[in-house]
Design a binder for this molecule. Structure first.
Ligand SMILES: *Cc1c(COP(=O)(O)O)cnc(C)c1O
Length: 425
């Protein structure tokens, strides 16, 4: 898509001057095809509009936060109502107690909840609580699993020193042998084991949790007294109306939540079992905005919709429709497309595409047809999507596969991602 003279280009040029690197984090410059917009102006339901007014069906859902549609009328009305009454006050409102009650009622392993702003706050707090609870230091977590952007867990090494990473041992997700080896290395110093609800690392196929692995993690925590932490920040509420591992019958001691729990309003949560309550009340954690009432009003309304609607069944059916339709169209065009992970959080990767040139071309062609997909990060479905939206995306895919087929011999390599994806593979 030609973006010369676009508002997006102009904003990028201005950003270059006043924002380090032009942009940072998960939408840093260069991580997506060049024709992807960097800036947006609005979102409504399942759609986003870029700074040039182009509309897309959005399969990123803000990287997770959009569960019930952008600008959801019920959720945003609750938010605005509370904003009129008071948001950041000297202390919390009654909504904080109600939100904790709602989390405890929803998350079967939990008897208490604490609130913060970002997923990283929740995972960092979980780590601190595990160390306070066990008086031990070592954390075991899976290689390549994302738990946030604090020094202890950021995926980029710049500015991180060894002591930030001390007392961490890495294992391979779903590999009981490597888990047991990590536990052996931890000796009698194991504070906690982190687990993603399923393997949702970037650049590689997603994988369901292996039941034997999940059970062994639970068993080791029971034997050693370490805490099991399920990081549900990304997958929470897209697999279950409970902690995602409730589906496989394995209950953690702590679970971390964020992204969609208030449908895009800033609040995250840590939910915990009684055994960790004392440690949770002993640590000092807070933030100037952690008592904000309006995101809690939005969160309560979001959790009400989780309880009272068939959103989960609907996004599952829509995700299946997308997966089946895409498989059919990829096959018809002669491509081997791997679609992995739960259907509500799909990831597409092409076979024989080590530097993602096919993925980039396919994604760009989808974008040109008004569908925003991601070439190497898992995507998300939201409850504002309809069957017509999915069918429209499938029509777009048919066109995109056609262009890819014609051009597959002369695609330029995607070099800028090599250092990132090489680490993941
Ligand atoms: C996004 C994410 C986090 C961090 O959440 P932020 O709100 O970005 O700090 C932690 N864990 C997982 C699994 C995530 O996907």
């Amino acid at each position: 898509m030609d973006r010369t003279n676009s508002r997006d280009r102009e904003l990028r040029a201005r950003a270059e001057a006043v924002i380090p690197g032009g942009m940072y984090g998960h939408q840093a410059v260069g991580l997506l095809p060049d024709d992807y917009p960097q800036f947006f102006e609005k979102g409504e339901g399942a759609h986003i509009w870029d700074a040039d007014g182009r509309r897309y069906l959005d399969f990123m859902c803000a990287y997770g936060p959009n569960l019930f549609g952008y600008a959801n009328p019920q959720i945003d009305a609750a938010y605005v109502r509370q904003l009129g009454l008071g948001d950041t006050l000297t202390g919390p409102t009654a909504l904080m107690v109600e939100m904790a009650e709602a989390m405890v009622a929803m998350v079967s392993h939990a008897q208490w909840a604490m609130f913060c702003k970002n997923g990283t706050d929740a995972t960092s707090m979980a780590l601190t609580i595990a160390r306070a609870h066990t008086r031990k230091k070592t954390v075991i977590r899976a290689k390549g699993a994302y738990h946030g952007a604090a020094a202890w867990c950021t995926p980029r090494p710049a500015g991180v020193i060894e002591t930030d990473r001390a007392h961490q041992i890495f294992c391979d997700y779903n590999d009981v042998g490597s888990l047991e080896e990590a536990v052996r290395q931890a000796g009698d110093d194991l504070a906690c084991i982190f687990a993603a609800p399923f393997k949702h690392d970037a650049f590689i196929d997603q994988a369901e949790p292996d039941l034997a692995y999940a059970r062994r993690v639970r068993e080791i925590c029971d034997q050693t007294g370490a805490l099991l932490i399920v990081d549900d920040v990304r997958a929470g509420l897209r697999l279950a109306r409970d902690c995602s591992w409730s589906k496989i019958g394995v209950q953690p001691d702590l679970s971390t939540w964020g992204k969609c729990i208030a449908n895009g309003h800033p609040i995250s949560a840590l939910a915990g079992a009684d055994k960790a309550r004392k440690a949770a009340s002993a640590i000092y954690v807070t933030g100037s905005f952690w008592y904000q009432a309006a995101p809690m009003a939005a969160g309560l309304e979001t959790l009400r919709l989780v309880r009272d609607t068939d959103y989960l069944e609907r996004i599952t059916a829509l995700g299946q429709r997308l997966r089946d339709g895409l498989a059919e169209r990829a096959k018809a065009a002669g491509f081997s497309l791997r679609q992995t992970g739960p259907v509500t959080m799909p990831l597409f990767l092409f076979d024989d595409d080590p530097d993602l040139r096919k993925g980039f071309c396919f994604s760009s062609e989808m974008l040109a047809r008004g569908v925003y997909v991601h070439p190497w990060h898992n995507m998300f479905l939201c409850a504002a999507m309809t069957e017509q939206d999915i069918d429209g995306a499938l029509d777009a895919a048919e066109g995109a596969f056609g262009v890819l087929k014609r051009n597959v011999g002369d695609l330029a390599p995607v070099e800028k991602l090599a250092f990132l994806s090489a680490g993941a593979r």
